[in-house]
Write a protein that binds this ligand. Structure first.
Ligand SMILES: [Zn+2]
Length: 403
């Protein structure tokens, strides 16, 4: 190719695919969402000189280098340190009632003798199956606090996150990250357990070596003018969008001095127990009556992950547009690493489903965000990076696909 095509979002110009799974080097790492600005350069997954992604490298380490019995012993010691003797709650488990939070909370309570309080940052819009699973979770013997953020503000932030970052899921990610530490502060319960560390899927591989979440994801409280929600500063939100500053509190990092006083520690269960999403699903359906969807998820072949929010399919469609990585790529790469499918099967599934448009809840979500269909496509088409996309006879096509 004679001329270099522009790469948006600071993505690597040359597109490479992992030789073991289906992920490409365009996969963005998790960012601190309340600092996420439209102009930011996105850090992406690392590939080694053999073209193996860091998630596959870590899958190898999980298989051969980590002593899982020793890790479980560490979990037992952690639980022994915090387990309550007077019937009070001794840990917080955030989650929506999906397979992962169901697994974490149930195993902590019934295998390790903890007394968890589960807390839920509500999805933008529950699906029927998601709501049923939420109920099954509680009925399987767990206490829950369902926190519903201010719907009017949540919709505004979702719309702004879509318009400015093409990232409509951002308000949920922020809330879900913060709700564990926030309830730790509110209820004076120092121990918080999330499920898997996102580094399992390709953030900096070294992040997997620590059992806890870095506090800057939830507690560093910078100057309000350096904080961004939906790609805008708090000042812009208040002045230009007439947002009531008080309403923003649930989206702002938790007061670090309060967390210090309580001694809050946010742990990932995936550090202690070998994490496998499909095994979480089997555990959740066996022990809690968790139900998979009756139909395949749009954009993928799977039926049991991220099925509780009507905005989920659009979230994955935006990653397909921005990074060329759709839901079938995320699902298949993870299942290849866990030995559930072969790479060949994964590649075929990506070709079949990755580009599928999420039609089922589309109208509902447009209405939710108060965006016209015309404006929707304008935002989507502007988000297509020239190094990933080309238009042929009026049809958008990816320049590179996994083979
Ligand atoms: Zn890989």
């Amino acid at each position: 190719m004679s001329e270099k095509l522009e790469a948006y979002y600071g993505l690597p110009q040359e597109v490479k695919f992992c030789k073991k799974c289906t992920i490409s080097n365009q996969r963005p790492s998790s960012v601190i969402e309340f600092k996420n600005k439209p102009s930011d350069i996105k850090p992406t997954i690392e590939f080694d000189e053999e073209n193996v992604c860091s998630a596959c490298q870590f899958a190898e380490i999980k298989e051969s280098k980590i002593d899982w019995q020793e890790r479980e012993q560490q979990l037992i010691e952690l639980c022994d340190k915090y387990r309550s003797k007077d019937g009070s709650y001794d840990c917080i488990v955030p989650g929506s009632g999906g397979k992962d939070s169901v697994f974490v909370s149930h195993i902590l309570k019934y295998k390790y003798g903890m007394n968890p309080l589960t807390v839920t940052w509500a999805p933008h819009k529950y699906t029927d199956i998601g709501w049923n699973n939420m109920q099954n979770w509680i009925h399987a013997g767990l206490d829950n606090i369902l926190y519903g953020p201010n719907g009017k503000l949540h919709r505004t932030l979702t719309k702004l996150a879509f318009e400015n970052l093409v990232h409509p899921f951002q308000p949920f990610i922020i809330g879900q990250r913060l709700i564990g530490p926030r309830f730790s502060a509110l209820y004076n319960i120092p121990l918080v357990f999330y499920g898997e560390n996102q580094a399992e899927y390709g953030n900096n591989i070294k992040d997997n070596d620590r059992p806890t979440m870095a506090p800057d994801f939830y507690s560093e409280r910078p100057d309000l003018n350096k904080l961004y929600l939906g790609g805008l500063t708090v000042k812009q939100l208040v002045e230009d969008y007439h947002v009531d500053k008080r309403d923003l509190n649930p989206y702002l990092p938790v007061d670090g001095s309060r967390l210090k006083k309580i001694g809050t520690e946010v742990h990932y269960l995936s550090y202690y127990i070998k994490w496998d999403p499909q095994e979480c699903y089997y555990y959740a359906s066996e022990n809690v009556g968790f139900q998979a969807n009756t139909e395949r998820t749009e954009g993928s072949y799977s039926k049991y992950s991220s099925i509780d929010d009507r905005i989920d399919p659009l979230h994955y469609y935006t990653t397909f547009i921005k990074f060329g990585i759709g839901r079938a790529t995320y699902d298949s790469s993870q299942e290849i690493r866990n030995g559930k499918i072969t790479r060949e099967e994964g590649v075929a599934l990506v070709h079949k489903y990755d580009d599928e448009f999420p039609a089922k809840y589309f109208r509902e979500i447009l209405e939710y965000m108060d965006i016209t269909e015309e404006r929707f496509w304008e935002i989507i088409d502007n988000a297509r990076s020239p190094h990933l996309w080309k238009k042929e006879n009026g049809v958008w096509k990816l320049r590179h696909q996994v083979l």
